[in-house]
Design a protein around this ligand. Structure first.
Ligand SMILES: Nc1nc2c(ncn2[C@@H]2O[C@H](COP(=O)(O)OP(=O)(O)OP(=O)(O)O)[C@@H](O)[C@H]2O)c(=O)[nH]1
Ligand SMILES: [Mg+2]
Length: 590
């Protein structure tokens, strides 16, 4: 993949996750997922993008996180090797991430798009209590950092995550945590089991972050018991384990101020542990990126699930539209097609039967046979007039279509009004109806009706005419049918005369009538077959020209015109593929 394609890929992934995060915030049921979506987007921007854009692995990043007042700034001090981070008795004192870097040398900060998201870098030093979406970089004196991990790592002192729900500084924490190659999770004796930090620890472990737990402020003698307790109460319930659990018992004020000189017993194991984890920067960063991609892939469904309700609502809408279409089609069949006789076919039948009579000189012979068949014709007329059912008059077509359309539209409008309060999609449809959706439906329908009429045209007329015209155009077939029928009749009459002699004259009309009856019967079967085919064809044309286009347009209606559902559809389509591409791209960087 070339660089522009890579940039586009990570940009789209991060944007889509960002869009889903905003979307989650607007829905109370999914608000809790906003954090994980921000974290996922930050993994793409801060971890995957720099690697794919060829930025160096060094420096690595270690983020110190934990609950309010747990001792994060104190631990950050220890890692850097000096008294630097402002530790303050006021809980929640550190309000924005602070990056500690060596005193000299350029900082190789990736320039990839969206690196650290919305966090702005402060151009001048500010107190840690500055509450804004910013981060600052502090240089650490050379004499100090020889004791710490700055040679390999940028040390991030982070704000706490207690006010998880607030949109304020939690995103700042998420940005830096996502960036981190190693996370030091600090929990104090006083509040080791708080729900919010514990949830955050779970997210970090789920995401495959390398976590070092540091328990603080217990009495030295209680340290092993506290570790065991923390293991049982917190870590045993986690999806993965931290790489180590260390302890920093309650320090004296002198140790807090200068841990290098006064607390090496606690500081050295911590520093060593972090050093080991950063032994090879490319390996460590490679692992960070692999874990990030693995997390994104394995949590894909969860990440997209903020859209689940919307998709369910969209599905319900589509089903309702389709049911409406089926009802529209069957109403047309019920109320129009089944009662429509297609009179032209009756005329066609008469023409067909007439055609079978001999023309010219043969007409005389035909007339003679007609005379013979008179008793049959008379009896048939009598029978028909006595038993004929009253004619069902079919309603005109257009009013039936209009009524079916109105029924369809009303059903949609009613459901939208009923479900409007339950989901924004139905509200959106409801607003559509208030803003003239029904009129637009009618207009579209009228336009398609024109097309329907054009294509139907004189199709009925043509099909009916074709019944006898085909025969007329084929004189050979016509003549053989005519003479065939005539010959059969004559042969049958002669045969009856010979077989029963004188009384044969009485049988002749009967024989001729039976043959005529058979001819009419088969002719009617033939014409009825075409009548039925025409009915089916007309039904298909209504579906093709009227109901299907409307159904398609309506099913897509909520997701067009720049609505949230359009974006949702785009994300649902491209996100899985983009994620797949990201995995392939990351795997190819070895
Ligand atoms: N005596 C003593 N004080 C400690 C110890 N650890 C932290 N403190 C104090 O506890 C307070 C909070 O410690 P910090 O390191 O600022 O805690 P934090 O987690 O950074 O706190 P916020 O940034 O406010 O969330 C500070 O006044 C520290 O000096 C300790 O082991 N011993
Ligand atoms: Mg702090």
């Amino acid at each position: 993949m070339d660089q522009p394609a890579i940039r586009n890929l990570t940009k789209e992934l991060a944007e889509d996750l960002g869009w889903l995060e905003e979307h989650a915030r607007t829905q109370p049921a999914h608000a809790a997922q906003a954090g994980i979506l921000r974290f996922a987007a930050a993994l793409v921007r801060n971890v995957a993008a720099p690697l794919l854009e060829g930025h160096a692995a060094a420096p690595l990043h270690v983020a110190v996180v934990g609950g309010a007042g747990a001792g994060k700034s104190t631990i950050a001090n220890m890692l850097c090797g000096a008294v630097l981070a402002e530790s303050n008795p006021q809980a929640g004192f550190t309000r924005h991430p602070i990056a500690y870097v060596p005193a000299t040398g350029a900082i190789a900060w990736p320039s990839s798009l969206g690196y650290l998201g919305p966090l702005q870098r402060l151009s001048r030093p500010e107190p840690a209590s500055l509450d804004a979406d910013v981060y600052q970089i502090r240089r650490v004196g050379e004499d100090a950092h020889q004791f710490g991990v700055l040679e390999k790592f940028v040390v991030w002192d982070c704000p706490d995550m207690t006010i998880w729900a607030a949109t304020g500084y939690v995103p700042r924490l998420l940005e830096v945590s996502a960036l981190a190659d190693v996370v030091v999770y600090v929990a104090s004796d006083e509040r080791y089991n708080d729900a919010v930090p514990t949830d955050f620890l779970r997210l970090l472990l789920q995401a495959g972050k390398v976590v070092v737990v540091t328990l603080t402020k217990m009495r030295e003698a209680d340290a092993p018991a506290f570790v065991a307790h923390f293991q049982k109460e917190v870590l045993d319930k986690m999806p993965a384990l931290p790489v180590a659990t260390l302890t920093v018992p309650h320090l004296t004020p002198a140790q807090v101020v200068d841990p290098c000189r006064n607390a090496p017993l606690y500081r050295v194991p911590l520093v060593n542990q972090i050093f080991v984890l950063g032994e090879s920067a490319p390996n460590t960063r490679g692992r960070t990126v692999q874990s990030a991609v693995h997390f994104l892939k394995s949590h894909q469904q969860h990440l997209l699930s903020v859209a689940r309700d919307d998709l369910a609502a969209l599905d319900a809408w589509r089903n309702l539209v389709r049911e409406g279409q089926m009802e529209f089609d069957s109403r047309y069949r019920r109320e129009f097609l089944t009662t429509e006789r297609f009179r032209r076919f009756d005329d066609a039948l008469i023409r067909l039967i007439e055609l079978l009579e001999l023309p010219g000189v043969g007409r005389f012979a035909s007339k003679t046979l007609d005379v013979l068949r008179m008793p049959y014709s008379f009896a048939k007329r009598l029978f028909n007039s006595a038993f004929a059912r009253p004619e069902v008059i079919g309603l005109p077509e257009r009013p039936i279509l209009d009524a079916a359309l109105a029924g369809w539209t009303d059903q949609l409008r009613k459901e939208a009004a009923r479900l409007g309060p339950a989901h924004p999609l139905w509200k959106h449809v409801q607003q559509g109806f208030n803003g003239g959706l029904a009129e637009t439906i009618r207009e579209r329908f009228n336009d398609s009706f024109h097309g329907f009429q054009l294509s139907l045209g004189d199709e009925v007329e043509r099909t009916a005419r074709a019944i006898y015209e085909d025969l007329e155009k084929n004189p050979v077939a016509l003549n053989s049918l005519r003479t065939g029928k005539f010959a059969v009749e004559i042969a049958a009459i002669i045969a009856s005369l010979f077989s029963v002699g004188y009384y044969g004259f009485a049988l002749a009309p009967l024989t001729s009538s039976v043959i005529q009856m058979l001819a009419e019967y088969f002719g009617k079967q033939y014409v009825d077959h075409h009548r039925e085919a025409t009915r089916a064809r007309q039904q298909a044309l209504v579906t093709q020209h009227l109901s299907s286009p409307l159904m398609n347009w309506l099913t897509h209606w909520p997701s067009t015109g720049g609505s949230a559902y359009e974006k949702l559809g785009t994300i649902m389509r491209r996100f899985p593929q983009n994620l797949q591409n990201l995995e392939v791209a990351v795997d190819s960087v070895k």
